[in-house]
Design a protein around this ligand. Structure first.
Ligand code: FES
Length: 71
């Protein structure tokens, strides 16, 4: 198998599991909805892990209010 010179490796994306908090994605991030439309893009996106966010799938810090404890 030979390398395809027309393709470049994607920029590195880091996903951090925040203690008792969201999944923090850092890098060149683009979030698409089910229709393939961009709903968020940027260098830092947090996804709710507690299920209590009013802006799902994104974290709105409700995990702090509800005292979310990751198992
Ligand atoms: S993890 Fe932050 S609101 Fe759910």
């Amino acid at each position: 198998m030979t390398a395809d010179a027309s393709q470049t490796a994607p920029d590195q994306v880091t996903i951090t599991i925040r203690p008792n908090g969201p999944l923090l994605i850092q890098g060149d991030v683009k979030v698409l909805n089910g229709a393939g439309e961009v709903v968020e893009r940027g260098g830092r996106v947090a996804f709710c892990r507690c299920g209590q966010s009013n802006t799902k799938p994104f974290c709105d810090a409700s995990h702090k209010t509800v005292g979310f404890q990751a198992s």
